[in-house]
Design a protein around this ligand. Sequence first.
Ligand code: FES
Length: 106
Amino acid sequence: MHPLCAASDITEQQSKGFDIDGREVFAVRKNDKLYVYENRCPHRGVPLEWMPDTFLDPDKQFIQCATHGALFTIDAGLCIAGPCNGTSLEPVKFDIIDGQLCIAPR
Ligand code: FES
């Protein structure tokens, strides 16, 4: 498992991006649950955020791709609007170990 940060660093409705040796992932917390996805839009395969650590739409209800505006549910990574409607972000397996958010290798 690879540590990303303290799990408590990601607060409610906040998101945070990480680059681990070229592998880009991001974490988001909603309803006190953490979710981690590969930072790759299923439409064009590009990173999602428009500014560092900014993966959510203005209302913080969905994950939003900055390139063409696709919206993804936070809890399932399912695209519900935009050019890749019906596709999904790739979830990343993770665990909280001694308070650290850790992801499994690919
Ligand atoms: S690259 Fe993400 S919506 Fe087009």
